[in-house]
Design a protein around this ligand. Sequence first.
Ligand code: CDP
Length: 212
Amino acid sequence: MIVAIDGPAASGKGTLARRLAAHYGLAHLDSGLLYRAVAHHVSARGGDLHDPSVATEAARALDAATLGDPALRGRHAGEGASIVSAYSGVRAALLDFQRQFAATPPGAVIDGRDIGTVICPQAEVKIFVTASAEERARRRALELTTRGEPVDQAAILDDIRRRDERDMNRSVAPLKAAEDAVTLDTTNLDAEAAFRAALAIVEARAGERRRA
Ligand code: CDP
């Protein structure tokens, strides 16, 4: 089974994807880490994030073994990721890795922006996770505080809005719900409630497929 979880920054899709994967015994891929790693790789070498050829080169050379680097979770890498992820060369270079990950038995839960629309349009279950920008900024601030990073709530909200704008309006693989995705608004749901709602969506889809 392939479960595609897409949605904007800090919507809770990562936590949800991890829990669903553990529940169903599937592998989990946080595809955002790939774009974060590309941005980190470019910045760490003093490269220019605004140069598509430099970023594409970094994406082609990406070593999946480096995805556990904690630096990739920081704000800086996230901001850089949203810049390099708009380049078609970068997206093309990361496509095969994601498709192979999805095709490896027993299947996977993959979270990102274009999993249900571009990477795995054949996914059995697609969930589009959203929450208000204010709630997402609150969650992101909490996450950064826990990690010991300095937090400026207003700057985080700006960051989230800028990222939404960039992700939704780019020409390649923009952030949007697939036509056959179920939207899950987690603004008023805690992690547990969101997980239960997602489980219900997966089970309903599985039931539909059994009847088909
Ligand atoms: O949760 P958050 O948005 O902070 O981080 P993320 O999911 O790691 O994504 C970081 C950035 O990578 C996003 O703003 C997107 O621009 C990009 N991204 C993408 O374009 N496609 C994906 N499948 C995943 C992430």
